[in-house]
Write a protein that binds this ligand. Structure first.
Ligand SMILES: Nc1nc2c(ncn2[C@@H]2O[C@H](COP(=O)(O)OP(=O)(O)OP(=O)(O)O)[C@@H](O)[C@H]2O)c(=O)[nH]1
Ligand SMILES: [Mg+2]
Length: 311
């Protein structure tokens, strides 16, 4: 549908989050409209928030803020949503940061980590397309040497983006590939190096060992590399994302979180406890499979979309 006008990013975000916001609107907002806000209603709100995967701690704080804004008042739907969005935004504002690969160091090395299927390769591909469109010289490194299909999938993204592609045969040492690719990128003046990694190896400790080995060899080229390690988490797994954050966050020196598949789920609220649990801020969100569906994380816009508010 090439004659469809290009959608604004907020509209993409809202469409992506529509399943989450629908749940929020139907189950939460509707119960507060046209009755003075009572203790009982606030308890119900807290239960709904916990059921929406926001977690007990954040839910309690959001309810407190919401109470301060609206207690004893009758509200129309818009006022309820505005107050709820503000209460959620206060949770997330300290947890947002910008992914800025073109801001300084060259080449800027970005490592993508996360369990299998979380969206590492797709996210990397979307970023590559965005960067080449901005005129950057981008190298993609197929650090998932475990599966042939992984290399093929990444090659498609590299071709689409017009990015340089470095790979090796199956079963090759991923760290060796990463080291050689980074050395080459440095010599040849690349702006950004995007390194994909395997989401599944023989077992969890092999996976972590391999990630740490990749980090170690990159540091031989530049002690500050990788300049960004993005942990990619799938929102559709709900609170299991918290477990993944714990494992990777502890061992892989994560510097930013990407939350993907916010479009495929009613569990978008899980971003809130993840943001709180993580040492690293949320930097990007995925709201669809297309190149335009990766967005900078904007706490306020996310909060407004989550409760079903327009721009
Ligand atoms: N709807 C939707 N799908 C997404 C999003 N991000 C990724 N996907 C899909 O999720 C699936 C898995 O994504 P991959 O990028 O292959 O995941 P991965 O982490 O590289 O997986 P492994 O290589 O197996 O470790 C693909 O079908 C993607 O198209 C998103 O934001 N929204
Ligand atoms: Mg992959």
């Amino acid at each position: 549908m090439s004659d469809t006008p290009k959608k604004g990013w907020f509209q993409r975000l809202s469409e992506g989050l529509s399943r989450s916001s629908k749940q929020m609107t139907e189950q939460v907002v509707s119960t507060f409209v046209k009755e003075p806000l009572s203790e009982e209603a606030l308890e119900r709100l807290e239960e709904h928030l916990i059921e929406s995967d926001l977690g007990p701690a954040a839910s309690a704080r959001i309810v407190e803020r919401f109470r301060a804004l609206r207690f004893g008042k009758e509200s129309d739907e818009r006022e309820v949503k505005e107050a709820l969005a503000e209460a959620v935004a206060q949770e997330l504002l300290p947890r947002q940061a910008k992914f800025d690969p073109l801001g300084g160091t060259k080449p800027y090395v970005v490592l993508f980590v996360g369990v299998n299927g979380s969206g590492k390769t797709t996210t990397l591909g979307k970023i590559a397309s965005d960067l080449t469109a901005k005129g950057a010289k981008v190298m993609i490194v197929a650090g998932d040497t475990f599966r042939a299909a992984a290399r093929e999938q990444l090659k498609v993204w590299a071709d689409r983006a017009g990015a340089h592609f470095e790979s090796r045969r199956d079963g090759a040492d991923a760290a060796g590939l990463a080291f050689d690719a980074y050395t080459k990128a440095k010599a040849e003046g690349f702006d950004v190096v995007l390194i994909d990694t395997a989401g599944r190896l023989q077992n969890k400790s092999t996976l972590m060992d391999e990630l740490l080995k990749i980090v170690r060899v990159l540091k031989k080229v530049d002690a500050d590399a990788p300049h960004e390690t993005l942990l990619v988490l799938d929102a559709t797994v709900g609170r299991n994302a918290l477990e993944q954050e714990k494992i990777f966050g502890r061992t892989a020196y994560v510097s930013g979180v990407v939350m993907t598949k916010l479009d495929g789920t009613a569990r978008g609220g899980v971003l809130i406890p993840v943001a709180q649990a993580s040492d690293a801020p949320i930097k990007l969100i995925g709201v669809g499979e297309g190149v335009e569906d990766l967005q900078d994380f904007d706490a306020r816009a996310f909060s407004r979309s989550l409760v079903g508010l327009e721009d």
